[in-house]
Design a protein around this ligand. Structure first.
Ligand code: AMP
Length: 193
């Protein structure tokens, strides 16, 4: 299956994505992880991305699109994938549409996890203390929320219009949320014949 996973920072997207890819046996393509790896490896992309990420801002569409295009053409992505953190702008979504159209591999489902913003902000600040993520200071948490609302949330409408969207309430235990996700995946599964 080919799945895009959307959701504001702190909604528990990473955890649920990891469970879902294990369940469906498809690669987990996280642009955030790819960028963090590039920073760790001190690549040119990492150098360009670091400042934007630390400020809670988006890295440029060009950089991210290049990373994704290369990843999508690797053999393990032939049978499906889950995108976590991409697309994040309408321009990226249009790029993805063009890429998938040229490969005749349409998207099957867009999952949107949603939850109360004040709970999400608390979760992120707690995670920052536990994991020591440098992009989870109170200022950047607020910046990332603003960026989500202004640049990424329009994708919800974009995919709803294409009849690809399933909205999942992220409030509940991890198992409850995962069961909701599985139910949406079952409904969207392409017909085997
Ligand atoms: P994430 O791990 O998905 O929360 O991403 C962490 C950070 O990486 C974001 O705050 C952005 O700075 C950057 N990033 C990840 N994915 C993208 C993307 N698709 N477009 C632009 N920036 C991204």
């Amino acid at each position: 299956m080919r799945i895009v996973f959307l959701g504001p920072p702190g909604v528990g997207k990473g955890t649920q994505c990891r469970r879902l890819v294990a369940d469906l046996r498809i690669p987990h393509v996280s642009t955030g992880d790819m960028l963090r790896r590039a920073i760790r490896d001190r690549t040119p992309v990492g150098r360009l991305a670091a400042e934007r990420m630390d400020a809670g801002q988006l890295v440029s569409d060009d950089i991210v699109q290049q990373l994704v295009e290369r990843r999508l053409d690797s053999p393990d992505c032939a049978e499906g994938w889950l995108f976590d953190g991409f697309p994040r702008t309408i321009a990226q979504a249009e790029f993805l549409d063009r890429m998938l159209a040229s490969r005749t591999t349409p998207l099957d489902l867009v999952l949107e996890l949603f939850g109360d913003e004040s709970i999400l902000v608390q979760r992120m600040l707690r995670r920052a203390r536990v994991e020591g993520r440098t992009d989870d200071t109170p200022e950047t948490v607020r910046a990332r929320m603003r960026v989500y609302h202004s640049q990424t949330e329009p994708l919800v409408e974009y995919y709803a219009r294409k009849n690809l969207l399933a909205r999942i309430d992220a409030i509940g235990t991890r198992n409850e949320v995962f069961e909701r996700i599985q139910e949406s995946v079952r409904r969207a599964r392409p017909n085997p014949d």
